[in-house]
Design a binder for this molecule. Structure first.
Ligand code: GDP
Length: 516
């Protein structure tokens, strides 16, 4: 009898743990206030004492050499990859994304590991280029978006105009969740449209002009604007909008309360064969980020894995599906603002760091035995391609190993020409080249330079085996293998690319490769 009574109870607690996970990222255009909002959120969540910033301000303001310094200072950047805290009965995992657009690939991969994104918009500037780009990535994956209109303590656009701009320029319904009370220097707080409560920092008389304005605007809001609808939000069609000032800490708890109340719990994750539900009892996890050499004395790597289903327990033996081997989970770790801790247990939605020596790669799946491969972690075709020039020929072997490791980590993409020519690296932004050069020197003692190549485009080629082989033979000097050995065609121009594709209708040329 006992087992009959106990079994469902165990399931219920697994479901309850999973339901209270909130795993999200913040997306924004540089300067909109992501860093400030992150700090305020962590503070509200009790995860941080403000002895200095989470990360010394936005990296874009730094010079290149400063950036290298940060890159080398693994301790800090790792700690900010994921930040876990508890708020309102929920466990929040806030995944950090690099601010600089040269590292956008990293951001895209991180977005495969979240259940929601908070889109921060500058109230004066509205939707900006990078916000839009990141939004499009979220849309591709139907990631629900919560909007935070920041800097309401400054001169800003009219709230109705801002809502209008979001809906029309992103084709996304907007439902205000709060409404600003006062504007610019007079901005004192928010009115919660659901609970009908005022959250203000000072007593306001009904005759206060801000209250009068609020009364008038609320009539319009209620008459003219959509109401929050959870289903449309979960489907990524509608965004609840919050107004605030990260700097003045206005509206930050509105946002967190809402995420706790309806921020979606862990979503299903697609694999090659089926969708994995978060509340399935068996553990599955997806590696979406690798950070190497956290401790410069040991060449170790931290793989960041999102738990997609079930419960993790330290010491479990898992199946590493890509290589078909067992993998013992001895020291999975959680990250807090300043600390790491051994993760004794973790649930779907959580992100854990798994130290390893290169066995885990971006896109890898871990399971309790099932042959599943998660999909959706992308590689983007780089448009900057450079040949690596080695200064000291004695170090060729070392270079080969180092390039492989750094490519596995996602620092650059590596293409090995099929005709045996020196390797080519591909990047989205040139800052990645600087990081590669500096890390090769600093961590591997290998000095390199870059030389231009005749290529400006790379495309993964797929198709029937015989056709593909013929194509590779015919284009040998423009063919390379990527890190997984998949064939890549390198073209000098979009024109050449088009012509090649037209001349080979049986083959497909891809600008995105899904790992998995
Ligand atoms: P990020 O580039 O998106 O991370 O933006 P930061 O958080 O670094 O903010 C950019 C600038 O805007 C900094 O000078 C911040 O102090 C300022 N800032 C951020 N939030 C607010 C806000 O709510 N009000 C005002 N007035 N300034 C803000």
């Amino acid at each position: 009898m006992d087992t009959l009574v106990n079994a469902p109870a165990a399931d219920t607690s697994l479901a309850a743990e999973i339901t209270r996970r909130r795993t999200f990222a913040i997306i924004s255009h540089p300067d909109a206030g992501k860093t400030t909002l992150t700090e305020r959120i962590l503070r509200a969540g009790g995860a941080i004492q403000m002895a200095g910033n989470v990360r010394a301000k936005g990296e874009r303001r730094r010079t290149r050499s400063d950036w290298m310094g940060i890159e080398r200072d693994r301790g800090i950047s790792v700690v900010t990859s994921v930040m876990t805290f508890e708020y309102g009965g929920c466990i929040f995992n806030l995944l950090d994304t690099p601010g600089h657009e040269d590292f956008s690939e990293d951001t895209y991969r991180t977005l495969t590991a979240v259940d929601a994104a908070v889109m921060v918009i500058d109230a004066a500037k509205g939707i900006e280029a990078r916000t839009r780009k990141l939004f499009e990535i979220c849309r591709l994956r139907d990631i629900p978006i919560v909007t935070f209109i920041n800097k309401m303590d400054r001169e800003s656009q009219d709230p109705f105009a801002l809502l209008d701009e979001i809906s029309s320029s992103l084709a996304l319904d907007t439902a205000p969740a709060t409404w600003p009370v006062g504007r610019a220097a007079q901005f004192v707080g928010t009115y919660d449209l659901r609970s009908r409560e005022l959250h203000v920092s000072e007593e306001l008389d009904q005759s206060d002009p801000r209250m009068v304005q609020l009364g008038e605007e609320l009539e319009l809001v209620e008459a003219a604007l959509p109401q929050f609808d959870r289903e449309s939000f979960n489907a990524g069609h509608l965004t609840p909008v919050f107004f605030g000032s990260a700097m003045k800490e206005i509206g930050v708890t509105d946002l967190l309360d809402a995420l706790a109340a309806f921020g979606p719990p862990p979503r299903d994750q697609a694999t090659e064969t089926r969708n994995v539900r978060a509340d399935e009892p068996a553990l599955t996890a997806l590696v979406f980020k690798i950070q190497a050499n956290m401790d410069p004395n040991h060449r170790d790597r931290m793989a960041f894995a999102r738990i997609c289903s079930g419960k993790l327990q330290r010491g479990m033996r898992l199946k590493h599906v890509r290589i078909g081997k067992q993998f013992a989970l001895h020291t999975p770790q959680f990250f807090f603002a300043r600390d790491r801790q051994l993760a004794e247990e973790a649930f779907a939605g959580d992100v854990v760091g798994i130290p390893n020596h290169g066995t885990l790669r971006i896109g890898d799946t871990l399971t309790e035995g099932e042959d599943l491969r998660f999909t959706g972690v992308p590689y983007f075709a780089p448009e900057i391609l450079r040949r690596v020039r080695l200064d000291d020929a004695m170090k060729a072997k070392k270079l080969r190993q180092a390039l492989t490791e750094l490519a596995e980590e996602g620092v650059v993409q590596l293409f090995r020409p099929q005709d045996g020519a020196p390797p080519i690296v591909g990047v989205v932004g040139t800052l990645q080249l600087d990081v590669l050069q500096s890390r090769l020197k600093g961590e591997y003692g290998v000095a390199i330079g870059f030389e231009s190549t005749p290529y400006n485009l790379a495309r993964w080629v797929t198709g029937p085996r015989d056709k593909l082989e013929t194509f590779c033979m015919a284009n040998r000097s423009a063919m390379a293998d990527d890190i997984d050995g998949d064939p890549v065609f390198l073209a000098s121009s979009p024109f050449m690319m088009r012509r090649t594709a037209e001349g080979n209708p049986d083959l497909a040329f891809h600008d995105i490769k899904q790992i998995g």
